[in-house]
Design a protein around this ligand. Structure first.
Ligand code: HEC
Ligand code: HEC
Ligand code: HEC
Ligand code: HEC
Ligand code: HEC
Ligand code: HEC
Ligand code: HEC
Ligand code: HEC
Length: 225
């Protein structure tokens, strides 16, 4: 009786290789391959492979970003892999700030880190080392740049008010830029007799908040009246 039931309910190959259905190996092997593995990719794409193997991304496999691409490896003419050029999930799934990530893992707060621009505009995905010398002030002063961008001072460059030497971007704390020190600096555009475009609002420096520096009342990166 027990043997009859076993014949009905237990697969024939069960037990051949221990507590396991031996036929499962063939069933799984018959499924189409979706991932080729990076070893296959670099046979043809040796330059991307070489670059990545020396970079911070050496442990990140090609198909993490390019999607399952076994079909492409089989037939390069008609099957093309994904190329995630947009700013988005591919990078952020690993790099968006999450407190449980290991200490020291490079993380960013997406909302504040160079908003709206594609990640690959500044980071090569195959060698993402940040540019040695960041081009823009906003790379490090994102909050100030974002504030200024929606203020009355949106058309002013940072350098209009801060004399920042190139060394500041390489070694920020050792070469601090200058900040305005006197009311006359703002007066250069805003005083009644200033030689500046006519649509800039004017004040009389002699009796407008005369006992204080201008930025004790107006935040220079978002001035309001
Ligand atoms: C047999 C050689 C071969 C293999 C293996 C191969 N590729 Fe390609 N791949 C090519 C060729 C050829 C092109 C087209 C190049 C071109 O037109 O510039 C290409 C193009 C690409 C492109 C660019 C597609 C586009 O739209 O511009 C990506 C991304 C890519 N391959 C990723 C991969 C990944 C990931 C793997 C591994 C899963 C892989 N390739 C495996 C030969 C190969
Ligand atoms: C971190 C994500 C990421 C990984 C990992 C990655 N790629 Fe890419 N790959 C990209 C992105 C994004 C682009 C588009 C770059 C651009 O347009 O400047 C790209 C572009 C390419 C291209 C097209 C190059 C061109 O300019 O037409 C090829 C080929 C390619 N990758 C192959 C590979 C191979 C092979 C690997 C593994 C050795 C790999 N990639 C690993 C994200 C990645
Ligand atoms: C599967 C996870 C994964 C994905 C997806 C990924 N990265 Fe990375 N990234 C890593 C790892 C791992 C490191 C190396 C961390 C380390 O060395 O401690 C790294 C390092 C970096 C670094 C270097 C940071 C430093 O310390 O200077 C930058 C920049 C970077 N990635 C940007 C990107 C960008 C841009 C993308 C999308 C195109 C991306 N990453 C996608 C895992 C990922
Ligand atoms: C305008 C250029 C620019 C853009 C766009 C940009 N980055 Fe960066 N990124 C930098 C610079 C410069 C640094 C180094 C200075 C810093 O930490 O801000 C950096 C640093 C990083 C780091 C390392 C942070 C750390 O603490 O070590 C990661 C990770 C990173 N970026 C990922 C990304 C991702 C993901 C995107 C897209 C969502 C992106 N970046 C968009 C310029 C850029
Ligand atoms: C690589 C990152 C980085 C870049 C790029 C950068 N800064 Fe800075 N900046 C810093 C750091 C770090 C400090 C010091 C902050 C502190 O001490 O709290 C700083 C401080 C400053 C200060 C304050 C000086 C003071 O005495 O309080 C000003 C002003 C400034 N930066 C302006 C700029 C301008 C303008 C640019 C673009 C030309 C720029 N920064 C680009 C990192 C950077
Ligand atoms: C209209 C002139 C003006 C412009 C434009 C301007 N700043 Fe400032 N900034 C100032 C003044 C004035 C101070 C000193 C404020 C104080 O001491 O309270 C200052 C202070 C700073 C500080 C140090 C104090 C703080 O708020 O963190 C940094 C950093 C800074 N600016 C960066 C920048 C960057 C980056 C830009 C461009 C995105 C910029 N500034 C554009 C006038 C300006
Ligand atoms: C290079 C010229 C220039 C300099 C220098 C300058 N500003 Fe301005 N400021 C402007 C312009 C342009 C506007 C916007 C006028 C408009 O909205 O049409 C403006 C607007 C303002 C406003 C009016 C905001 C409102 O609500 O209408 C205030 C307040 C102000 N700036 C304060 C300052 C202070 C404080 C400083 C010195 C830290 C300063 N500005 C330096 C050009 C300048
Ligand atoms: C004691 C605080 C205080 C100080 C200091 C101060 N302001 Fe003002 N400012 C105000 C107030 C309040 C207003 C709005 C009411 C008004 O127009 O008087 C204003 C308005 C303005 C306006 C807008 C005028 C208009 O017609 O829309 C400008 C431009 C301006 N200030 C520039 C400056 C400059 C430049 C300095 C430094 C020389 C400065 N302020 C110093 C408080 C101050």
């Amino acid at each position: 009786m027990l043997l009859v039931l076993r014949g009905r309910f237990v697969p024939a190959s069960f037990g051949e290789t221990g507590h396991y259905r031996a036929d499962a190996v063939d069933v799984v092997a018959a499924q189409p391959l979706r991932y080729a593995g990076w070893q296959v990719c670099v046979e043809c794409h040796d330059s991307e492979g070489a670059m990545k193997s020396r970079s911070f991304h050496r442990t990140v496999s090609c198909e993490v970003c390019h999607g399952p691409a076994a079909a492409h490896a089989e037939d390069v003419e008609s099957q093309t892999p994904l190329i995630p050029r947009e700013r988005g999930a591919e990078c952020l799934s690993c790099h968006e700030y999450l407190s449980p990530r290991p200490t020291g893992f490079p993380q960013i707060i997406e909302r504040l880190h160079n908003p709206l621009q594609a990640c690959i505009g500044c980071h090569d995905p195959h060698d993402p080392t940040p540019p040695e010398v960041p081009e823009s002030c906003s790379a490090c002063h994102a909050q100030i740049a974002r504030t200024k961008a929606v203020s009355h001072h949106l058309t002013l460059e940072c350098e209009t008010c801060h004399d920042a030497r190139a060394e500041h971007r390489e070694n920020p704390r050792s070469f601090l830029p200058r900040k305005p020190t006197a009311r006359e600096f703002c007066g250069g555009c805003h005083s009644e007799n200033a030689d500046s475009p006519a649509d800039i609002p004017r004040v009389d420096l002699r009796d407008h908040g005369e006992r204080y520096l201008c930025w004790q009342c107006h935040y220079p990166h978002h001035p309001e009246s």
